[in-house]
Write a protein that binds this ligand. Structure first.
Ligand SMILES: Nc1ncnc2c1ncn2[C@@H]1O[C@H](COP(=O)(O)OP(=O)(O)OP(=O)(O)O)[C@@H](O)[C@H]1O
Length: 263
């Protein structure tokens, strides 16, 4: 489905991404992990065409993404960025409705019954229906985050790219969001590529993880194989202890404070 081949991004003399390659299959959930400044957002921006890359290819179902027309691409790929602009006085309902824009045609486009149904579904799933008539300016950070997610879901993409989607969310909403995405991946074959700072959420939910360090791939593959305390130490420069979550059998990590002698 998504094939990133040898992508390099340079800004001035600086190499931000160096020869990045990985493949994501339909119906997979992939986490991108790495320290601040390692190039995670730049990679998502290269995939969405916001940032140009100097070499390499990014293919979606064997077609170069950058050659697709904007509307065609928006029907296939939706993006939830880290800080979507929200400094305007518009209602939650209108923001989510914009998710259907790639499907509208004509000079005076009208939402169809299907469009309305998809908007309602997305708002219900993200629990923002009761906020429909509120101005975006009056929402909390977590509520706003859920509205942007509703917009991305209303777009009904095949591939959903998320930059730190659990940012601003409390623990219950983080798990609810990840549960929902996981369900969409497993039941509806949605493909998700998701930047996460929470290694434990990545371990619980992602099929594969991509480990990025200073613009290079440190590892890519099955989550439980990639996530080890040694690899995390190399990735983040901090020590981690490892346990197994008894119900899912998945690894969980604690970052160790300096006063713990872990050697
Ligand atoms: N326009 C630019 N000019 C110069 N450097 C840039 C530019 N855009 C990004 N960078 C640098 O590229 C590097 C990667 O940035 P990026 O935002 O992709 O990191 P990230 O892994 O998403 O970080 P974070 O976890 O902090 O969000 C950083 O060092 C950043 O300062």
């Amino acid at each position: 489905m998504l094939d990133v081949r040898g992508v390099c991004v340079r800004i001035g003399d600086c190499t931000i991404l160096d020869n990045i390659s990985f493949t994501v299959k339909k119906g997979e959930m992939v986490g991108i992990l790495g320290e601040n400044g390692s190039g995670k957002t730049t990679l998502l921006q290269a995939i969405t065409g916001v940032k140009s890359f100097q070499s390499g290819d990014i293919l979606f179902n064997d077609e170069p993404l950058e050659k697709m027309k904007a509307k065609q691409r928006a029907r296939k790929v939706a993006v939830l960025t880290q800080e979507p602009s929200s400094s305007f006085h518009t209602t939650v309902q209108s923001v989510v409705e914009l998710g259907r824009y790639p499907y509208l045609n004509g000079l005076l486009p009208q939402l169809s019954k299907t469009d309305r149904m998809m908007i309602d579904d997305a708002m219900r799933e993200t629990k923002v229906s009761t906020l429909a008539h509120r101005s975006m300016l009056t929402l909390s950070g977590g509520e706003r985050q859920r509205v942007w997610l509703a917009q991305a879901l209303a777009q009904a993409p095949e591939l959903l790219l998320l930059d730190e989607p659990t940012n601003h969310l409390d623990l219950a909403h983080q798990v609810a969001l990840m549960d929902y995405l996981h369900q969409q991946v497993k039941k509806n074959d949605l493909t998700v590529v998701c930047i996460l700072h929470d290694v434990n959420l990545a371990s619980l939910y992602c099929d594969n993880v991509l480990l990025l360090k200073e613009g290079n791939v440190q590892g890519y593959g099955e989550t439980q194989q990639q996530l080890t305390s040694d690899k995390l130490r190399a990735l983040y420069g901090s020590a981690f202890s490892e346990t197994t979550e008894p119900y899912s059998g998945r690894k969980q990590f604690s970052v160790l404070p300096y006063y713990v002698d872990f050697r």
